[in-house]
Design a binder for this molecule. Structure first.
Ligand SMILES: Nc1ncnc2c1ncn2[C@@H]1O[C@H](COP(=O)(O)OP(=O)(O)OP(=O)(O)O)[C@@H](O)[C@H]1O
Ligand SMILES: [Mg+2]
Length: 223
């Protein structure tokens, strides 16, 4: 049994995309991935299919009725979780979040992916960020980054912060950004030069229903 926390240098860089790619890869390899997205903002129940929990449920082949099981804290405002929760008068109970995440990991077979929310230091409540959530979980991380111009500073800064908390980074995954002026392979090689011994793997821009790219197999081999 393995559990991995999927985090990122920021919002919208590819956490869900990479998690789905890994679940699909595992499926074709005769294995079973599972995933939770405990906290989501910008959630519209009328449009479950395009939400993160909806996309993960679809990849897992699970019904909409399982929504609460994979995603407990859902907020409408497309803001940081702390801000979105405040607007609904429903603050996230940090201890309950840790409990929910730990329960998902315990007793699970094969690989469980916990998708974080936003980047590594987005506030969850008035005193905790995603970094505190990851520190409490003590799971190996996948750090997802984009390939846009500016990603190298964002990614290396994130690695420094994670190292200061002694968090283990299983791999950095550079998911190619739309219309990126910087070439993917050059960005991957540059980050790798500064990332000590951490593996850095690039995922090219892929069509939505492409069969799993071999890079997902390289990531799975590191988990
Ligand atoms: N390599 C890629 N090829 C094609 N599309 C991609 C790739 N990486 C990311 N995307 C697309 O970019 C958009 C943002 O990615 P995604 O939703 O996975 O980000 P995220 O980090 O999970 O965001 P959030 O912080 O909202 O959870 C999505 O439409 C996703 O399908
Ligand atoms: Mg996501």
């Amino acid at each position: 049994m393995t559990a991995i926390f999927v985090t990122a240098t920021g919002t919208d860089v590819g956490k869900t995309f990479v998690t789905v790619g890994l679940i699909r890869y595992l499926c074709t390899a005769g294995r079973a991935g599972d995933a939770i997205k405990p906290v989501v903002s910008g959630f519209d129940p009328q449009d479950l299919a395009s939400s993160d929990p909806g996309i993960l449920l679809d990849a897992l082949g699970r019904p909409a009725a399982d929504l609460d099981r994979i995603s407990r804290w859902r907020f409408a405002a497309p803001l940081s979780p702390a801000m979105a929760a405040r607007r609904e008068g429903r603050p996230i109970d940090f201890n309950a979040l840790i409990d929910f995440s730990r329960r998902a990991v315990v007793g699970h077979r094969d690989i469980m992916f916990i998708e974080g929310v936003g980047g590594i230091m987005v506030p969850i409540d008035d005193t905790h960020t995603v970094l505190d959530w990851m520190s409490a979980m003590r799971l190996p991380l996948l750090l997802i980054a984009g390939s846009y111009v500016g990603t190298m500073s964002h990614t290396l800064t994130a690695l420094q912060v994670l190292a200061r908390r002694n968090l283990e980074v299983a791999a950095v995954v550079v998911s190619e950004s739309a219309d990126s002026a910087a070439p993917l392979e050059e960005t991957v090689a540059t980050i790798a030069r500064f990332a000590d011994a951490i593996e850095v793997i690039g995922i090219p821009r892929l069509p939505r229903d492409a069969s799993p790219h071999p890079a997902f197999g390289r990531i799975v081999a590191l988990l």
